[in-house]
Design a protein around this ligand. Structure first.
Ligand code: GDP
Length: 330
């Protein structure tokens, strides 16, 4: 049976990927940052399963810039596959902390590649890249050949990391793939991302717990899919005969307003009565016309995004209602 190592295991994608790999019989090692809080709610159900935690699922403390520790963990665990999901993942925050963003997202990836290059037994490597690398693209939809034109510190850092992965594949023969993922959401999405912020607010408003939702731009466009679909795409990439880059996207475009309408519709409310816009949530610059062309993934991996935006919004609102209900129950 195979062994995988995941950086960023406690995040949205890390938790779904862990479940997927455990289901497939893998042993999973996860890297976690040492911090004062031990909040790992997305993995709690696995930690409480005595047949899994410390049997087929192991956690190791290592920051992405701690190369000595990461090298030691990689040598000891000898994974067949490495999924690199960690990094500073919030685009808006990357304007406030560009250095940290580059330190972890750009340099963290390079440091990992350098370690892999030196290993005797080199694992297959998937870097989880982002549509943010395209920024203001010259063509739409974007495919694997579209030029990178990032416009956010996060996008610039991801573009560097993505290009490095390609370079290590081509120059050093690493089995290394870029999963160029468009936005993907779920009930486990962080609460500062717009979809989750909206679904939590729709749930709270419908239960009389909140009366207003403050947002930034409503007309920006995203290609939003469902996270569990995307982690399967990441896994499929590493099961191929050769390594390559793949766009993972739905190929459909929606505005923030569309998502708002879908989320509030799920609780029979009209979003226009509750939403106020505030400059505080608007960004110095925004990506534009981001929509992915996932046809290569369909052709070569037989992968496609299955969940539509209204289904996604509904599922997230339902989850948030249940969570709020559980909190308010004595
Ligand atoms: P991103 O694509 O990784 O930046 O995902 P986000 O969920 O953070 O943002 C998606 C879009 O929603 C961007 O165009 C934001 O400008 C827009 N947006 C509008 N209001 C908000 C808000 O209150 N919070 C966030 N995070 N984004 C917002």
């Amino acid at each position: 049976m195979k062994t995988a190592l995941i950086t960023g295991i406690t995040g949205q994608d890390g938790s779904y990927l862990t479940e997927w790999l455990l289901e497939k019989g893998y042993t999973v090692h996860g890297l976690v940052r040492r911090s004062s809080t031990t909040q790992r709610t997305r993995l709690d159900h696995l930690f409480h399963d005595a047949s899994i935690y410390n049997h087929r699922l192991f956690l190791h403390y290592a920051d992405l810039d701690d190369t000595t520790t990461i090298r030691r963990i990689l040598t000891r665990t000898a994974p067949d596959e490495v999924y690199h999901l960690a990094g500073q993942s919030h685009v808006g925050a990357s304007f406030e902390i560009p250095e940290t963003t580059c330190q972890f997202t750009a340099m963290g990836t390079l440091k990992l590649l350098e370690i892999l290059r030196d290993l005797d037994k080199r694992p297959r490597f998937a870097h989880i890249s982002s549509s943010e690398i395209f920024g203001r693209p010259l063509e739409s939809p974007q495919n694997e050949m579209t030029a990178m034109r990032p416009v956010t510190p996060y996008g610039v850092a991801k573009a560097f990391a993505t290009q490095m992965v390609t370079l290590y594949r081509e120059s050093f023969g690493l089995f290394a793939c870029n999963a160029i993922c468009y936005n993907h959401e779920s009930p486990r999405r962080g609460e500062s991302f717009v979809t989750r912020k909206i679904t939590r607010a729709a749930a709270a408003i419908s239960m009389g717990l909140q009366d207003e939702l403050v947002l930034g731009s409503l007309d920006t466009v995203r290609d939003w899919g469902y996270a569990p679909d995307y982690v399967q795409g990441m896994w499929l990439m590493l099961q191929q005969d050769t390594s390559d880059d793949f766009i993972l996207a739905t190929g459909t475009q929606h505005t923030v307003e569309h998502f708002l309408a879908a989320a509030f519709e799920a609780v029979d409310l009209d979003w226009r009565q509750y939403v106020r816009q505030d400059k505080a949530f608007m960004r110095p610059s925004e990506v534009q016309r981001l929509i992915g062309d996932p046809s290569k993934a369909l052709r070569q991996l037989n992968w496609k995004a299955n969940v539509t935006l209204p289904e996604l919004a509904k599922q997230m609102v339902q989850h948030d209602r249940e969570q709020l209900q559980a909190k308010s129950d004595p």
